[in-house]
Design a binder for this molecule. Structure first.
Ligand code: FPP
Length: 233
């Protein structure tokens, strides 16, 4: 494998979105609790986000908590929310140093006040940067589209593709070129349904806690082997 520091993407690949699946299985295989898998998952999330920006990506999105994940056991939900809160507490300076904008995709009203305040504060602090790190929390793709439509109606604006795109949680962020899902499942699970319309989909059996720079490079190389036609020839 080549020296990762030299690996760079070009203008054809600007945004990768990740469905971080397999934390629970990874922990179970080691006789650990599911929350332990999420703890390792956060470390991998931080590392892969940094690697993506080092490779020259303009935007990176991670699916951290879906609207359906509230069905999980309370202890597991608590762990994920605590991990998010902890990340928000410690990551600010690093994101500013790396000139990365932080944005949450999802219904923030459904989160607790403490988490929401931390998110709002970090979003404001980093709002002027161009590179973007999106983290989907309490996110559902169908809810997002309905929310965007309601927003346009409330504002008395026409529902068309341009207005609707800008009314999504992603606002002016470029659409993902590539969606990567780990841990073997081959579906989108309500993730970026509008934005991923023309994205290349890449599935790997690697569990998220094992996902490495080398796995990322394999996904990127596969992306460059695909021919994107957007419905044309
Ligand atoms: C999917 O694995 C993973 C999740 C539902 C949660 C992912 C959350 C994190 C990595 C923490 C988020 C925190 C930050 C700061 C981004 P799974 O539990 O469904 O795994 P399984 O399919 O093996 O059960």
């Amino acid at each position: 494998m080549e020296n990762n520091n030299c690996f760079k993407v070009d203008e054809n690949l600007r945004h990768i979105a990740f469905i971080m699946d397999g934390n629970g299985r990874w922990a179970k295989m080691r006789g650990m609790s599911r929350p332990e898998g999420h703890k390792v998952g956060v470390k991998v999330f931080e590392h892969i986000a940094n690697t993506c920006f080092d490779f020259g990506l303009e935007a990176v999105t991670f699916y951290a908590f879906s609207t359906e994940n509230w069905k999980r056991p309370p202890a597991e939900i608590k762990t994920i929310m605590n991990l998010l809160a902890r990340y928000l507490e410690v990551c600010g300076d690093d994101l500013v140093k790396r000139e990365v904008r932080f944005r949450v995709l999802g219904d923030k009203d459904g989160l607790n006040d403490n988490l929401r305040e931390k998110i709002n504060s970090l979003e404001q602090r980093t709002a002027h940067f161009r590179k973007t790190l999106n983290v989907a929390i309490n996110y559902g793709g169908r809810d997002e589209i309905v929310h965007a439509c309601k927003k346009l109606v409330d504002e008395g604006r026409e529902i068309n593709k341009e207005n609707l795109s800008l009314a999504l949680y992603t606002e002016d962020c470029i659409d993902p070129d590539l969606v990567v899902r780990t841990a073997g499942e081959k579906r989108l699970s309500n993730f970026l349904l509008w934005q991923a319309s023309y994205a290349e989909l890449y599935f790997t059996d690697t569990l998220w806690p094992d996902f490495s720079d080398e796995d990322l490079i394999l996904a990127i190389k596969e992306f460059y082997r695909r021919r994107r036609r957007y419905g044309g020839l």
